[in-house]
Design a protein around this ligand. Structure first.
Ligand SMILES: [Zn+2]
Length: 364
């Protein structure tokens, strides 16, 4: 099938996170037609959605390789009107996202597999996972049936930028929520009876290391709400922030520092605080001599591309898979301005990446 035709077919589905049922049925048939054994899970029984898996036995030596992409998109994604320009630029009419994140990756993989099948080229064992709900805290990958997969090395077809870009490391991310409790009082009649929770939050935040804490670590306070009226000493203040670091230990250290700032200011003011922290994703990285890097480098150079290895600043399916013992390289698929209605891709990039993926699969 033609790449553009398949891209239009797959982006015609509206797939907000947790609603991958229809596109999964379509993709399952495509994998079956390519000779794959397929299976599904019921990761999201509430909506009848879940992850899709496939396995194609190898005809050549080499460890099995896993290729992963996600089926869901961010919103707005209803009733997409996709425009294909004569020179191959693909975008929407500006009212919805395109869904190239992550349909580009899916289409490129299917095109590569189809070419390998048509030319009857020997290849190693290929496993495929099309995840659900990646855009919602990578919940599909969290609920993946890892016991059904044999591959320990994965290409994750899911990052933006030029073809040849690959992500070799990503941070630990921790969400931090503080609820500060003081004591309400009339602000003019008896201010000395009150304990100002907003002031507690302000004191804590002013003592915090925030922004780019060091070369691997960032921290932010993003939400602060509190009080009920200008003439009442505020009893409560809610604060939400986060920290991320490529070094897991540094993220934990920064989290502890932020907690201590809240606790200290609450204590000094005579109030209390409750702190809740959530480890959203775990840091991961792959070594310079990893086979995944070598395969990607070779494949890029065959097609005249110079690979660029970088670290990411957020979580993805790779964060989850890495913590389940699967080594990951996240590769760019030609999606641009993602998570916006200006999102676009090009036919040329999808063609090139299909060639790169084909070379990865057939190379030893
Ligand atoms: Zn994506």
């Amino acid at each position: 099938m033609d790449i553009v035709k398949e891209f239009l077919e797959l982006t015609s589905y509206s797939v907000p996170s947790g609603h991958e049922g229809e596109i999964r049925t379509c993709l399952r048939k495509k994998l079956t037609d390519l000779g794959f054994e397929t299976w599904i899970d019921d990761a999201f029984p509430e909506t009848g959605s879940g992850n899709l898996y496939g396995r194609l036995e190898g005809t050549a030596k080499g460890e099995p390789l896993l290729f992963a992409a996600h089926m869901d998109t961010v919103t707005p994604c209803e009733n997409k009107h996709v425009i294909v320009e004569p020179e191959g630029l693909i975008h929407t009419d500006g009212t919805t996202v395109l869904g190239g994140d992550d349909v580009t990756g899916i289409v490129e993989l299917l095109a590569a597999l189809r070419r390998i099948r048509a030319e009857n080229i020997p290849h190693r064992t290929i496993e495929v996972v099309f995840t659900a709900s990646e855009e919602y805290f990578v919940q599909g990958a969290q609920r993946l049936r890892y016991d059904t997969l044999t591959a320990k090395k994965a290409f994750i077809l899911d990052t933006d930028g030029e073809i040849g870009r690959a992500v070799v490391a990503a941070p630990t991310g921790i969400r931090i929520i503080a609820n500060l409790h003081g004591k309400a009082a009339h602000a003019a009649l008896k201010p000395e009876d009150g304990i100002n929770a907003v002031r507690m939050a302000a004191d804590a935040i002013s003592q915090m290391r925030l922004g780019r804490v060091d070369k691997d670590t960032t921290a932010n306070i993003g939400i602060i709400t509190g009080g009920s009226s200008g003439n009442i000493v505020p009893e409560h203040c809610f604060v939400e922030g986060e920290t991320r670091s490529l070094l897991h230990e540094s993220a934990l250290k920064q989290r502890d520092h932020m907690i201590q700032c809240f606790q200290k200011s609450a204590e000094q003011a005579g109030g209390t605080c409750e702190i809740e922290t959530t480890l959203v994703y775990n840091a991961w990285s792959i070594s310079e001599d990893s086979e995944l890097r070598r395969l990607f480098e070779t494949a890029c150079r065959i097609h005249g591309l110079e690979p660029v290895f970088e670290s990411a600043c957020g979580g993805s399916d790779a964060s989850m898979m890495s913590s389940h013992g699967i080594e990951c390289l996240v590769v760019a698929t030609g999606m641009h301005e993602i998570h916006s209605v200006r999102e676009y891709t090009t036919l040329k990039e999808m063609e090139t990446m299909a060639d790169v993926i084909k070379s990865i699969i057939i190379h030893e």
